[in-house]
Structures are given as C-alpha cells and as structure tokens.
Design a protein around this ligand. Structure first.
Ligand code: XUL
Length: 528
C-alpha cells in the first residue's frame, strides 16, 4: 500500500502565520498538525500592534513584508522540527490576507532564484523591496484615488460589473495609485506588484509566482468573468502598471516546487506549490461551502459574510464584493471592519471578561427594547464610514448589559442587511472565528437571519482551505480528481450534533428592528 501523503496549508493573516497539515492515505484523511506564529509576540522586533505598524493617521494601515517573510522562515523551521516525515509532503498551498500589496524592484527576479540558504530569508528579501511597507486591508486612506479610478473607467457601476466591486479604499488598485502619486520614484523603481499571497508563494518557489482569480478579484483590476487584467482599470490605476502585475492562473494551478533554499535550509522535499489565494476564498472551502445556498459568517478581526455563487451577481448598492472561488465558481462577500474589535471595545469599556459579556447578553431581552447602537469604533468598510464614532439611539453609555446586546444585535442586523444583495436563500449558516465560541452571539445571528447556525472548529479555516486546495490540485495534476464535496466532507464537520435554531418570535422582532436599524444607519450617514 502506498505511503500516506501530507498536504500543507499556510495562512498569512493580519495577526499571525498559521499552518494546517493534513494526511491522506487512500480514503483516510485527517488533520495531523496545526500551529500558529503570532507576529506581535514571536517577531516583536518589527513593532507591529495586532500585525499592523502603528501610525499617527488612523486611516493608514501598513505592515512589514519582511516580517511576513521571517514568519515563513520560522514556520518552515518549526515544521521541519515537528516530527513530520517531510519526505511525504506532496503539495503546499497558501492563503493570505486579501488586498495587501508588496512592491519589488527589478533585482527581485534574480534574487529569488539565488536565495542564500545559509542566511535568514529576510537578508535575501530586504534588497528586493522597492517599498519597505505593504498597505493592508485595514487601510482607508485612498478615497480620492477610488473616485479617480471610478471616474476614469466610466463610473462605479461599470467598475463593479467588470471587476466584481466598486472602487474600495483597501483594494489594490487604489493603493497602487496612491503609491504612484505619493512616491513616483518608488513606483518607477517597482518592477513587480505582488499580493501578499503571491509574494509568499514567490519566496517558496524561488521565482515570481502568478496569483489566482480569488485573490486577483480583490484588486479592482481583474475582469471577474475572463480572469484577465481589465485594461481600463489597470490604466486608471497607474502608468505602466500592466507590466508590473503578476500573471493570473487557475486556482488549481501548480506554480512551481519548493526551491533549493528550503531544501538546503530545512531538508524540505521539492514538493509542488499550488498557487496561493486570498483568505476568504480559502475559507470558503475551509468551512465547506462548495455549493450555493448556504453562507458562512466569520467572526474574526473583521467580520465577514460570504457564500458561493454560481453566477457573478454584482451588488448594485456597492457594499459587497464578488470574488473568484477555488471551485472555479464565484463567491459573494461583505466585510465589516468593526468585528471582534468592536466587541472587545464594549467588553473592555465595562471591565468585563468574555463570560461576563455572554452573561450580559443572556440577561437582556432580544430586540433590546428597540434600542440601537452603530458600533463604528474604527473606520467602517460596510457601510463606508471614514470618520469613526459610536452612535447610540435610546441607549445610555452607562447601561453595560444593554450596550453588550446592542453591539451584537447591530452587527447581526448589519450582516443580514448588507448580504441581501447576494440573493442567496439562507437557511443554514456556518459560523467560524473566535467569537463563534459564544453561543449567545450565534443565537442572535440565528434569530436575525431566521436560519440554523452550525459551529465549525475552524479557527484556522483559511489554512485548512489552503491545505484542501493543495490536495485538490495535486489529485487533478495526477489525473485523479476528487470532487470538492468529497474533499470537504472529510475535514469540515460541525462541532455539535444539533444546530442553534432560530426562535420565530425573536425573528419577528428582528424583522421590524432591522427596519429601525436601517433608518438609524441612513440617518447617521445623512442619506435618509
Ligand atoms: C475582505 C477583507 C478581509 C481580509 C482579512 O475583503 O478585506 O476579510 O481579507 O484578512
């Protein structure tokens, strides 16, 4: 009988680099290792807070590409010493926070080919950078550039129809444009603009890696239907940009093998490297969504609502995004930046623990007696709020329990309201992320959506999704394809035997409260 194969999924998220290793032996498939490196703790020399470099302007959010590279070095060393039989690694793929961009100079191509395995990876990477920092998805400083790009291509709707989203501040086109305008010399000295995903894949394979349609669709530059760069947007972003962009390959493409650097440094085999993707496309398969009809809610640094779509239905109101899915279909996604961040702020404001927070939720009535909060502690992506500030309607800041319920209800109603554009009939929700451990929060979500909520033990859903993509691509490569349903059913199982079900009376309450919430949002945004 053949030896079991290992597949590695890496996830470079905002705050950490994680790895999930799965073992496949015929019909037997299981996760054999999960491990994470928290950037702030393990690599404090870079000075990040929650993975982002401190800035005086709250609209600016950048991080360090060298920190991500060093984390990859540390992770590979960790895997090499984990006791795994490295010779059995069949393929590696990866996931990374979406939208972030890394700027490399013309020497990068040659330098990638001769990374010095006797020295830390960062020593070889530092001279490749044409910009020391990488803007990340939390950045909201590019409103002017968004307007300029939208105007140049004939308006937001045209841009959304082609690229899957209207112009968004954190999307790569606006970020590249701002770099070109603020630092023309730095832009001129840039030979290749990578996403975080393709940058890290390049370090693994020792040459410039292409990117996949899932991450490519987070740039406002790729034609969502043809998976090619959409020239009007590319031209609108910055001069000469087309030549600086990676190529786009299908999500199952093998882009190279683990380079000599890793073989010599840690004894890794020349395993296949499958193109990396964004964390949301990877999470889609990591939470088992390979067909239309269900959605996932990920309660993490950002809260995201996403689901697979058979067709690229674009959001007319412009809050949501259409990305490519690893299955070759599409996915709809709406992102909220005040996710765990807002829940933590409320918890901390009243000196609570998470248990106190859960108790406060349990002690307050669904609907909170009609009281509403808009929890915009930081700039918000959905709806777009440039200047943060918490708004309270009928609720006193002194009412600790009332504020706990208010933040959870507001977030749930915002998720329901701003995901309607996907036109997915939702009867089942897959909940993941840290806050999915709190059943009280999931009950509010079930009641607001009127849907069953299943919890999944996938704090590492993106890394797991990347490992599953590696498995899927490797089998395809050997003309032995495995159906996506089959792949996810072995790995993605709910934590509980029964779901959290909606209470019809509470669902009724939230139906009318969502109208009130909508009016509050509109008033706060001065559009109603
Ligand atoms: C999605 C988004 C975030 C990041 C988080 O559009 O901005 O979910 O991908 O890593």
């Amino acid at each position: 009988m053949s030896r079991p194969s290992l597949y590695i999924g890496l996830d470079s998220s905002t705050q950490s680099l994680s790895a999930v290793v799965i073992e496949v032996h015929g019909e037997e498939r299981r996760v054999v290792l999960q491990t994470s490196i928290l950037f702030d703790e393990v690599l404090p020399q870079y000075g990040t807070r929650h993975g982002v470099l401190p800035q005086t302007d709250p609209a600016v959010a950048v991080s360090s590409p060298l920190m991500w590279a060093e984390a990859l070095d540390v992770m590979m060393e960790r895997l090499a010493h984990s006791g795994l039989d490295l010779g059995r690694i069949a393929a590696i793929s990866g996931s990374a926070q979406q939208h972030g961009s890394v700027y490399l100079n013309a020497s990068a191509g040659a330098r990638l080919e001769r990374l010095d395995s006797t020295r830390p990876l960062v020593d070889s990477v530092a001279p490749m950078l044409s910009r020391p920092v990488a803007p990340v998805w939390l950045d909201s400083s590019t409103s002017a550039e968004c307007q300029q790009i939208a105007a140049a291509v004939g308006g937001q709707r045209t841009l959304a129809t082609h690229t899957g989203s209207r112009a968004f501040e954190r999307f790569t086109a606006a970020q590249i444009r701002r770099f070109h305008l603020m630092d023309p010399e730095g832009y001129a000295g840039t030979d290749r603009v990578h996403l975080v995903s393709s940058f890290l894949a390049s370090l693994l394979i020792g040459r410039h890696s292409p990117l996949d349609p899932g991450d490519g669709s987070g740039m406002n530059l790729m034609d969502i239907a043809s998976h090619e760069w959409w020239q009007p947007a590319v031209d609108a972003a910055a001069p000469g940009l087309h030549a600086k962009l990676p190529s786009i390959v299908p999500a199952h493409a093998v882009v190279g093998t683990v380079s000599a650097f890793w073989q010599d440094r840690y004894g890794l085999p020349p395993a296949k490297v499958v193109v990396w993707s964004g964390d949301n496309p990877c999470s889609l398969v990591g939470v088992g969504l390979v067909r239309e009809g269900r959605i996932a809610i990920s309660l993490g640094t950002s809260d995201t609502v996403f689901g697979l779509m058979n067709d690229p239905r674009v959001d007319a109101a412009g809050v949501g995004h259409v990305f490519g899915a690893p299955t070759g279909d599409f996915m709809g996604l709406t992102c909220f930046s005040n996710g765990s961040l807002a829940r933590e702020r409320v918890r901390d404001a009243y000196g609570m623990t998470w248990s106190d927070f859960a108790r406060a939720l349990a002690l307050t009535p669904p609907g909170n007696e009609g009281r509403i909060m808009l929890p915009w502690f930081e700039p918000e992506i959905t709806p777009f709020v440039a200047r943060p500030g918490v708004r309270r309607f009928g609720i006193s800041p002194d009412d600790a329990a009332g504020n706990v319920r208010a933040v959870v209800e507001a977030q749930s109603m915002a998720m329901a309201l701003h995901s309607r554009w996907m036109s997915v009939e939702v009867d089942t929700i897959h909940a993941t992320g840290g806050a999915a451990a709190n059943p009280g929060i999931l009950q509010v979500i079930a009641d607001v959506f009127g849907a069953d909520v299943w919890r999944f033990d996938v704090t590492n859903s993106a890394a797991l999704g990347a490992a599953l993509r590696a498995l899927h691509a490797d089998h395809l490569h050997h003309n032995d394809p495995i159906e996506w349903d089959d792949i996810v059913s072995r790995f993605v199982r709910p934590l509980d035997t029964i779901p959290i079900t909606p209470d019809p009376r509470c669902n009724e309450i939230y139906r009318s409260l969502t109208n009130v919430y909508t009016a509050c949002e509109r008033q706060a945004l001065s559009i109603g």
